[in-house]
Ligand binder design. Structure first.
Ligand SMILES: Nc1ncnc2c1ncn2[C@@H]1O[C@H](COP(=O)(O)OP(=O)(O)OP(=O)(O)O)[C@@H](O)[C@H]1O
Ligand SMILES: [Mg+2]
Length: 337
């Protein structure tokens, strides 16, 4: 469905000497600094796959997505999305793809949602009957009815995301790119979004999702591609990378009384007990495949009276950080380039 070979984007940035008066700036020939945002990636995504595309800020994720959607022309390399070159066949390509930018809206800010959707219907030349049917399909899952008369700028973030998703899916695209689809959403809205994306997957739609949230990845995707400085450093199953690199879980306790020197490493072999900011706070870091949070609580209760606790799951950023920190060679021998 998506095929990229040797995909490369080099940006040229004009570096003019600083401190020049605006009136003469245009007379000075700039020196160009070249910056390789995407450095020759190969990617092949099959129909119906849901792929997480992750990496630190500036890794080249958005640039890749912009090339795949046809907005940005690659410096080198080949792309085919549903058999089309997305840049050369921008109009035909637009019918096959949907795009959601969590940080930005594609709705017309000063129009009611209904009018934005109607404009997109005209842009995509969706027949009126098909359009009505599509809105009816999306209604139960996105709860659009209440949103249609509201101006886009008056929507809450969660409502805006639902309306934007409707806009991205109106023409029933075969490939959907989602850039941070759950950013800023509360727990309920986030779960609803993930549920929706899972359902979307079941319809055979191909998904490519950029996110920093491990929950999105685990619940929606089965494959993860990690990008660093424009290169793919991992491409493989989500489970494999999590099982190897995201085993640690932490329970943070608040105790009724100061408990200096408490150590659960005998109760829970392999765990680490870390003193907190004050003597009533202590954290236990353990392998989630060896111990359960319940075991940790029971062990702590044998040493101290527990007032409160919270549990930290590893984040995808932790996984990515560990991949960079050299876990690549030994932990991921099979899939890393
Ligand atoms: N239009 C542009 N002109 C010059 N440089 C650019 C342009 N767009 C992106 N870059 C540079 O390319 C690199 C990759 O940017 P990109 O936006 O693809 O990163 P990203 O992985 O999406 O990061 P983030 O997680 O912050 O969204 C960055 O160093 C960025 O400064
Ligand atoms: Mg980006």
């Amino acid at each position: 469905m998506i095929e990229a070979r040797g995909l490369t984007k080099v940006f040229r940035r004009a570096d003019k000497p600083p401190g020049l008066a605006a009136s003469v700036r245009h007379l000075v020939r700039p020196r160009y600094a070249e910056h390789t945002a995407v450095a020759g990636i190969d990617l092949s995504i099959g129909a119906g796959e849901a792929v997480a595309y992750v990496g630190p800020n500036g890794a080249g994720k958005s640039t890749t997505v912009k090339m795949l959607t046809g907005i940005v022309h690659p410096t080198a390399g080949e792309i085919r999305v549903c058999g089309l070159d997305p840049h050369r066949n921008r109009h035909a390509n637009a019918r096959n793809i949907g795009v959601l930018f969590g940080q930005r809206t594609q709705l017309w800010w000063d129009l009611p949602v209904r009018d934005s959707l109607a404009l997109l219907r005209d842009i995509y030349r969706i027949p009126e009957r098909r359009y009505r049917a599509r809105l009816d399909e999306l209604e139960p899952v996105l709860g659009l009815a209440g949103l249609l008369p509201v101006l886009a700028r008056k929507l809450s973030l969660g409502q805006r995301m639902r309306a934007d998703l409707a806009a991205a899916l109106l023409h029933d695209p075969r490939v959907v790119y989602l850039d941070e689809p759950t950013i800023g959403l509360d727990v309920t809205a986030r779960d609803a979004m993930r549920g929706f994306l899972r359902d979307l997957r079941r319809t055979g739609t191909t998904l490519m999702i950029t996110t920093h949230d491990l929950g999105d990845i685990e619940e929606v995707c089965d494959r993860i591609v990690i990008l660093d400085a424009g290169r793919i450093i991992y491409d493989g199953p989500v489970t494999a990378i999590k099982d190897r690199l995201a085993r640690d879980r932490a329970v943070h306790f608040t105790l009724a009384d100061a408990c200096p020197g408490v150590d659960l490493s005998t109760d829970l072999p392999g765990s680490r007990t870390v003193a907190g900011e004050d003597e009533r706070r202590v954290s236990v870091v353990f392998d989630r495949f060896v111990h359960g949070a319940g075991d940790v609580l029971a062990a702590m209760a044998r040493h101290a009276r527990v007032v409160d606790l919270s549990i930290d799951e590893p984040s995808i950023d932790d996984v990515v950080r560990r991949v960079y920190a050299g876990a690549i060679g030994d932990a991921l021998p099979d899939r890393v380039r």
